[in-house]
Design a protein around this ligand. Sequence first.
Ligand SMILES: NC(=O)c1ccc[n+]([C@@H]2O[C@H](COP(=O)([O-])OP(=O)(O)OC[C@H]3O[C@@H](n4cnc5c(N)ncnc54)[C@H](OP(=O)(O)O)[C@@H]3O)[C@@H](O)[C@H]2O)c1
Length: 234
Amino acid sequence: MKLVIGGSTGFVGTELVRQALSHPAITSIVGLGRRETLVPPGSVGDGAKLKSVVCENFESYPDNVKKELENADACIWTIAVTPMKLKSLPWEETVKICRDYALAAIETLAGVPRKDGPFRFLYISGHFAPRTRSEIVKPLNDHGLTDLALLRGELETQILAFADQADGAVVSCIAKPGMIAGPGRDLPVVPGLPKIELRDIAAALLDQVVNGFEKDTLSNDDMIRIGQSALAKQ
Ligand SMILES: NC(=O)c1ccc[n+]([C@@H]2O[C@H](COP(=O)([O-])OP(=O)(O)OC[C@H]3O[C@@H](n4cnc5c(N)ncnc54)[C@H](OP(=O)(O)O)[C@@H]3O)[C@@H](O)[C@H]2O)c1
């Protein structure tokens, strides 16, 4: 299968590329980012499967980028403004990067020429992102993250609705991880926020785009279960 990884230079994106390179069912990877995607250090897979595609406009894709997206079977979208970087950007920029880029991605990928079968779009959101105001939890208010979380939660609904209206041409799935633990990362304790290992979430997301989504929303626990099971089979 041909897989597009949006944000392939980031923390999660790099691990997705690393694992995808050695995944036998993934024959071609488009690493889509605002800068070049390199083969991650320590990768044991086939580096020739990775095509780095630098995009200069994530709201309206240039034709040369659209061409690279043709015949893709799935996309995992990781591009977002994370809570750590929220204060460094104007709110309008955050909305553009988090919401507008993701919606342009699913629309563009659904619109480029491709073979038969549904296109799978997997969007990474966050554990606390509420789809309605009644789901807002205290830690979001405590950390000044309510607006960002609401934006992400509304986007979850929009991405699922896009697929619902696509007449079977697109299926979408929302991943809602807690904090992602990786080598050298000290994670703070936030009440009610679960954790997941980087290698587990990456394995889970790759499993789901390859084998199909088991449901439209994956919880942190779902991804630990799916990821550890997939890694155990390797
Ligand atoms: N890390 C966690 O603990 C955690 C927990 C829950 C959910 N998540 C979610 O998982 C996803 C990935 O997180 P992450 O930790 O991998 O984030 P990250 O390391 O900050 O990576 C984000 C990616 O988005 C790209 N990006 C950021 N701003 C951009 C812009 N203006 N234009 C184009 N690309 C841009 C980055 O490119 P550059 O490399 O060029 O900066 C990078 O490829 C996000 O949706 C995040 O909210 C993460």
